[in-house]
Design a protein around this ligand. Structure first.
Ligand SMILES: [Zn+2]
Length: 262
């Protein structure tokens, strides 16, 4: 975690601004004491003791880095245009990585570095909806995933199950963040398209008949069609999206509040 509760000052403090002598520090979720980790290379953070079990435990350096970058980027972009931008806000059933409390609407940023189960994605989506928070799901960007090594052109990518759900939830878009900040300082939006297998025909096993097959949509493989870099939050608008049965799957995506690229 980037922050912890500091009883001495009765507030949430940042690991980057504290030292081990300034403790103790506690986890707001499980209440256990945390150790402050300040290295030269790693992101300054608070860590649970190995034996503790907590929802905040085990965030990767990649997750912490993206969270920190998004937080500072949004502070800079939004400044006084919103009531508050906060990190790791622990709410009833959700814990957005970054929460933006606006004058009219609230926005939660969910950074998803590790795969999420479909059930958990649906649970969180519903919880955000109930709390009237618009969500922006953000995935870690990697250039190698979208661009072919030889010619730098787009290449088909295989979406993980939860990414496929986000693809449908986001009207065939996925939002990323480049933690190297080389390609983009800001959100990255990638539009994807379905890939259709070509129609064709083959002989039956006894060579007596020709069997034709129709074009078939590939389920998890999608083709990037457009990419946009350096997006600020102002380029997204809060929308309500109605419930939706995901094609060729058992998932019923619930009605949700989300941030959609304008
Ligand atoms: Zn904890």
């Amino acid at each position: 975690m980037l922050t912890a509760y500091h009883p001495q000052s009765s507030r949430q403090v940042f690991a980057a601004e504290q030292s081990s002598s300034g403790g103790p520090f506690f986890c707001p979720a499980c209440g256990s004491e945390l150790r402050i980790k300040k290295g030269l290379k790693r992101i300054h953070h608070f860590a649970h003791l190995p034996e503790k079990v907590c929802i905040y435990k085990g965030e990767s350096q990649l997750h912490l880095r993206i969270k920190k970058q998004i937080y500072y980027s949004l502070l800079q972009e939004l400044g006084t245009k919103v009531k508050n931008v906060s990190l790791e806000k622990l709410m009833d059933t959700i814990r957005p990585d970054v929460l933006i409390e606006g004058f009219k609407k609230n926005i939660g940023i969910e950074i998803q570095v590790t795969p999420l189960t479909p059930a958990e994605l649906i649970r969180r989506t519903t919880a955000y909806y109930q709390q009237k928070i618009h969500v922006l799901w953000v995935l870690p960007f990697s250039k190698e995933r979208f661009f072919a090594a030889d010619d730098g052109e787009f290449q088909p990518i295989r979406l993980k199950e939860f990414e496929l759900m986000l693809y449908y939830m986001n009207y065939k878009n996925l939002i990323f963040w480049d933690d190297t900040e080389k390609l983009s300082e800001g959100f990255i939006r990638i539009q994807l398209q379905d890939i259709w297998q070509k129609p064709g025909s083959y002989y039956s096993i006894d060579w007596s008949t020709v069997i034709e097959f129709n074009p078939k949509k590939l389920k998890q493989k999608k083709m990037p069609s457009q990419i946009e870099y350096h997006l600020g939050l102002k380029e997204f608008k809060p929308v309500y999206a109605p419930p939706f049965q995901m094609p060729k799957s058992d998932y019923f995506l619930p009605g949700r509040f989300m941030m959609l690229k304008k």
